[in-house]
Design a protein around this ligand. Structure first.
Ligand code: PHE
Length: 357
């Protein structure tokens, strides 16, 4: 058989000019295609004597293998290049521009985020419910019957729709989320429910819309001591102090027995509020052991299960922690106020990273 070295030389020089999928395919056809140089040489093997044929075939196969190796490594390389080109051309920058820091997180949103960070760290999950509630969920299921005097405590907004013959209400507290959550699942429960609440009330210390965070723990052992420990831990974390000055006062709610309210001690210095000093008190939350009637209303056996609940006023937490003295300023939409009291969007509160910086 003729000397292979010119073909090999040709192959080597062709290899150098391969720079894309097209030229690679051209090279393949030139040598290994139906009428390719190597293919034709293979066909001529039959004309050789058996000894010559064996040696020539070996040589030809070597050349063929080297071309095939080259082709597969090159096509892999071209595929990789194509993929990275595609990846870089389709790249989306999902990071938030850090230059645009003009916006501010409202202190209410900030406080809700802080409260969620603390309670989720204590193994609570977050539940939600609608702002338009049924009379049943807002009152009746919470052991507040139609003529119960407590209904008058909550100056209720009624809306123009009804459920089971009773007008719906704008929820007067977040407690109906207790009912919804317990009807949806099975005990034990360990949840908080932050959200908007509404009462027909408007003066220096009340706005018709305000925020609460509800807490609910139902299991077979939780008692008033646990409730107190839980709230103390929460207030300690929230106010970022060792022991906030606080007091538990006996109180009454139809849906808890016994019931208590918690006040935080503070002192005012000019426009500033100083927590943990002085002898002014601000009521921030109501709490108690869940009333057996409430458990019965959600088909939970009160002989087997028990637990506690609390409802915290978000605006009041914000006022104390951030020294905001007038409740109504929260909803004035005054940009200067928001710039002063607001929070930078990327400072997300967390227990490890800090609640408020
Ligand atoms: N729902 C009560 C209120 O709005 C607060 C509360 C919640 C009290 C849970 C006890 C238990 O005043």
């Amino acid at each position: 058989m003729s000397d292979l070295s010119p073909v090999i030389k040709n192959i080597e020089s062709q290899k150098k000019s391969v720079n894309d999928v097209g030229s690679l395919e051209k090279m393949r056809l030139q040598f290994l295609g139906k009428k390719g140089e190597i293919t034709l040489l293979m066909k001529e093997l039959g004309k050789l004597s058996p000894e010559e044929r064996k040696a020539a075939a070996e040589e030809l196969n070597k050349v063929k293998d080297s071309i095939n190796d080259f082709i597969s490594s090159k096509s892999e390389e071209f595929e990789d290049n194509l993929m990275s080109e595609q990846l870089s051309s389709e790249r989306l920058d999902l990071t938030l521009g850090t230059k645009s820091t003009d916006g501010r997180i409202h202190p209410i949103t900030q406080v809700i985020d802080e409260v969620i960070a603390i309670f989720t760290d204590l193994d609570f999950c977050v539940a939600e419910g609608p702002e338009v509630e049924t009379d049943y969920n807002n009152f009746t299921a919470l052991n507040t019957s139609e003529n119960h005097p407590a209904r008058q405590m909550h100056d209720t907004f009624y809306v123009n729709s009804e459920t089971d013959g009773m007008p719906n209400v704008l929820r007067t507290h977040t407690s109906p989320v207790q009912i919804r959550s317990m009807l949806q699942g099975k005990p034990p429960f360990r949840l908080i429910a932050p959200g908007k609440t509404f009462r027909c009330d408007n003066d220096q210390t009340h706005t018709p819309m305000f925020h609460q965070v509800e807490g609910l723990v139902i299991d077979t052992t939780s008692n008033m001591g646990h409730l107190k420990g839980c709230l103390e831990t929460f207030l300690k974390e929230f106010f970022e102090t060792d022991v906030p000055k606080m007091r538990f006062r006996p109180s009454h709610f139809p849906f808890t027995e016994p019931s208590a309210e918690v006040d935080i001690g503070y002192r005012k210095e000019g426009n500033q509020i100083i927590i943990g000093e002085g002898d002014s008190w601000l009521e921030i939350l109501g709490c108690g052991m869940v009333h057996p009637n409430v458990l019965k209303n959600v088909n939970i056996d009160p002989d087997q299960y028990q637990g506690y609940a609390f409802g915290v006023g978000i605006e009041r937490l914000a006022m104390l922690k951030y020294g905001i003295s007038d409740l109504r300023t929260f909803y004035d939409n005054d940009l200067r106020w928001l710039k002063h009291f607001g929070f930078v969007p990327l400072d997300i509160p967390s227990i490890s990273g800090g609640l408020s910086r």
